[in-house]
Every structure is written in structure tokens, then in C-alpha cells.
Design a protein around this ligand. Structure first.
Ligand code: S3P
Length: 433
């Protein structure tokens, strides 16, 4: 679908309850599917990626009932628990979702099942060896297409051990911990920088203790263990909030309030960077909605942004927000530099290349290297024709850029927003009245 995104007619204002967090929704469904008993999950994101996870666990034998609710989906899951998943008779379609595929490979690694995972064109190009190689070392067998989907996993007896992973990836960390549920003893994962820690915060709610050494960036679980069902409310997604925060700080006179946002510090790097740049954003940690920190984000127009250096160690805490931060950087005084963002090349698209090229098309001076990006500020954005490349975060970043561009930005394949934020354009438009 071709979408014509236009300059905001005036200030944006209002209160928006954003859709549920994608990472937490995936994990809640997967952990519930692996549990003994029935879990009731509320506020689950009704997006294509999470639908892929729901479809996958149903195929594996979990009983899932899905109802539309005022906020997202109410999902009731009766897990396979002690008896384990079943081998489906058809391949399991993970759609566009890296989280679905990588977490499932870990979850299935220790069970006596044979499962083939497939995905769409983008997912079929993404690297999976980062999970299949360590999981094979733990005892599972994989047939892959040169380290990519389609992948067939044959589960095996899990050997526990100590894993030092080379990239800060919550998906890899989680896959190894989930395989460790079936091991005899301790599975330890150490990462090079802190990636999102929803698995560590959520597994205890499902009765699985997770040990952590925050200084060493290590976490571990003791197997064998079977999670137990629990009820959980999913907070709003800070990665979706980032687009509305950006629109508010860029469009003169705006004032936008976003309640119930997940404020887990491993997800809010973009708020810390924006504060450093001088953005007018209030954060009110209202309640501790265990197991995650939740609160209200209040963003106002911020005309005096200054450029910054976004450093290597903070990248994992804002990895999905780099496209929209780059759009914001185009309005700051000075040049903003993103260090060590090579991981962007293996997301739903090559986001580093796409962001660089998109910014140039919008009239922004920008430069990139193998793993860095520089964006010059104080740009006057022009209209442009851009392709989302089927990447939801690019589609939304370009739509927000349009709100301050001098002519419409035409975005091809805009339906990609449904991956994480169905209703994005309606929500953005609702702030204009
Ligand atoms: C996710 C982790 C991140 C992120 C992705 C969701 C998760 O990927 O980019 O959108 O839910 O664990 P990596 O862990 O591969 O960096």
C-alpha cells in the first residue's frame, strides 16, 4: 500500500494508550505455552509478529483462545507443560518475526520433536546461525539453508554450560536460556553489553528462577524445570512510543501524553539520549506493574535540540529506535553520531543503509560506514518517495519525518506498520484534533 504522509496541520496534542509491547507479548505467549496450567494474558499486542507466535504455539499443541479487548488482545493459553510440544505436520510460519523464530528454536531444542520453521522473504535472509550454532553445541540438531530459514530442528538431550555470546542480543540470550530449561544443571549466558532483559524479569513470574550478575552481564537458570502458568498484563510498547514522542518533540506547539508505557531501563535508551539532546520529556514511573516498570511519558515540542554521540554500550537499549532517532537528529544543532550500529544491517531490512538513503532523499546531510552513522542537523526536510522495504520501523520513521517536511512523503509498502503498530496512522492523526 502507498501511503501519502503529510506535514502536520498544527500542534499535536492528546493522550494515547499505545499497543502492547511486542517483546513482552511474544515472551508471555511462549512462556505460557511452555507452562503447566492456564495463563491469562491481557493487553497483548494485536500485531502480525505476535500473531505468528500465537499461530506457532497453537501448532505445537498449546491451547490458545484469543479475544479482542479494549486494549489489544486477551489471550488465554493452556500450555504443554511436562508433556512437551508436539511435532506439527506442516511447517511453522514465523512470518516476519525474528523473535518468534529465534526464541522457538531455543524452546524446542530440548524436546523430542522435529519442526520446520519458515518465514517471509525478509526473515529468510536474517542470520540464524547465531542461535543454531550454540544450540547445536547444547545437543539439538539443525538443518538450515546456509544458516538461514527454512530450518528444521530435531530436539535432543540438552548439555548445560557457559555461553559467552559475541553480540548483545536478547533473542540469542533468551533462546539459550529457554533451551537450558531442559538441561541438567546450570545454563549461563554472558553478553558484551546489556540487551533487553524481559526474559530475566518475566520467567520468575512463571515460576523459573533466573540468577543474574549485573556487573558481569551474566544470567543463568537451573534445569530441568517446567514453568507454571501465571496471569500477566502487557504494558504499552516503548518502541512504538518512540514514534509519538518524536512527532511531539518535532512539531511546534505539541504536547502528548502516553500512559502505561513499559519503562524497563534496557528499553528506554532513546529517552536518555533525547534528554541529553535537550528534549522536553517528562517520565513518571507511576506504578510498578510487576514484573516490568511502567509509567507515563509526557513529550512536548523541543525546538532547541543539540546533537550527541550515541555510544556503543547504549545501542542495545535503543536498537529499534535508531531510525526515528536519526530523523530527530536531523533537526538538532550539530552532527549526531551513532557508534557500533552494525546490527542494524541484519534487522527486518538493512536499516543502516535504508536510514542513510532515506535521510538523503529527504534533504538531510548524512554519512555512514560499515557500522556507524552520522546525521547533520538543522535540515529543512523536503518531500520524497520512499520504500519501507517491508520494514515497520522505517515506515513509521518516514511518516513522522513527513510531519515536518515541506511536501508529502510517499511511502511504499506502508502496510508493514501492522507488524508492530496496527492503527499507527489513525493514532497519529488523532493527535491533530
Ligand atoms: C528483541 C530483541 C532485539 C530487537 C527485536 C526484539 C526481542 O533483537 O531488535 O526487535 O524481543 O528479544 P536482538 O536481540 O537480535 O538485538
Amino acid at each position: 500500500m502507498r501511503y501519502h504522509a503529510r506535514e502536520a496541520a498544527g500542534p499535536l496534542s492528546g493522550t494515547l494508550r499505545l499497543p502492547g509491547d511486542k517483546s513482552i507479548s511474544h515472551r508471555a505467549i511462549l512462556f505460557a505455552a511452555a507452562s503447566e496450567g492456564t495463563s491469562r494474558l491481557t493487553g497483548v499486542l494485536d500485531g502480525a509478529d505476535v500473531r505468528s507466535t500465537i499461530g506457532a504455539v497453537s501448532l505445537l499443541g498449546a491451547e490458545v483462545a484469543v479475544d479482542s479487548a479494549r486494549v489489544g488482545l486477551d489471550v488465554t493459553v493452556t500450555g504443554w507443560g511436562e508433556s512437551g510440544p508436539i511435532s506439527p505436520s506442516t511447517p511453522m510460519d514465523c512470518g516476519n518475526s525474528g523473535t518468534t523464530s529465534r526464541l522457538l528454536l531455543g524452546l524446542l531444542a530440548g524436546w523430542d520433536v522435529t519442526v520446520t520453521l519458515v518465514g517471509d522473504e525478509s526473515l529468510s535472509e536474517r542470520p540464524m546461525a547465531r542461535v543454531t550454532v550454540p544450540l547445536a553445541g547444547m545437543g539439538a540438531e539443525f538443518t538450515t539453508r546456509d544458516g538461514r530459514l527454512p530450518i528444521t530442528v530435531h530436539g535432543g538431550a540438552i548439555r548445560c554450560g557457559i555461553h559467552t555470546i559475541p553480540v548483545a542480543s536478547a533473542q540469542v540470550k533468551t533462546a539459550l536460556l529457554l533451551a537450558g530449561l531442559r538441561g541438567q544443571g546450570r545454563t549461563v549466558v554472558t553478553e558484551p553489553a546489556p540487551s533487553r532483559d524481559h526474559t530475566e524479569t518475566m520467567l520468575p513470574a512463571f515460576g523459573v528462577e533466573v540468577g543474574r550478575d549485573l556487573d558481569e552481564l551474566s544470567c543463568w537458570i537451573e534445569g530441568p524445570t517446567v514453568p507454571t502458568a501465571c496471569d500477566m498484563a502487557v504494558p504499552a510498547d516503548p518502541s512504538s512510543a518512540a514514534f509519538m514522542v518524536a512527532a511531539a518533540i518535532l512539531v511546534p506547539g505539541s504536547d502528548v501524553v502516553l500512559p502505561d508505557v513499559c519503562l524497563n531501563p534496557t528499553r528506554t535508551g532513546f529517552l536518555r539520549v533525547l534528554h541529553r539532546m535537550g528534549a522536553d520529556i517528562g517520565v513518571d514511573v507511576r506504578i510498578d506493574q510487576a514484573p516490568e516498570r511502567v509509567g507515563t511519558v509526557h513529550a512536548r515540542y523541543s525546538g532547541d535540540l543539540v546533537a550527541t554521540v550515541v555510544e556503543s554500550q547504549e545501542i542495545p537499549s535503543l536498537i529499534d529506535e535508531v531510525p526515528i532517532l536519526a530523523v530527530i537528529a536531523s533537526q538538532a544543532v550539530g552532527t549526531t553520531r551513532f557508534e557500533d550500529v552494525g546490527e542494524l544491517r541484519v534487522k527486518e531490512s538493512d536499516r543502516l543503509k535504508a536510514v542513510h538513503e532515506g535521510l538523503l532523499a529527504l534533504g538531510v546531510e548524512a554519512r555512514s560506514g560499515p557500522d556507524w552513522l552520522e546525521v547533520d542537523g538543522r535540515a529543512e526536510l523536503s518531500g520524497a518517495e520512499l520504500d519501507s522495504l517491508g520494514d515497520h520501523r522505517l515506515a513509521m520513521a518516514w511518516a513522522v519525518a513527513a510531519s515536518i517536511a515541506s511536501a508529502p512523503v510517499v511511502i511504499d509498502r506502508f502496510e508493514a506498520v501492522d507488524i508492530s503498530y496496527p492503527g499507527f496512522s489513525t493514532d497519529l492523526a488523532s493527535l491533530s484534533f
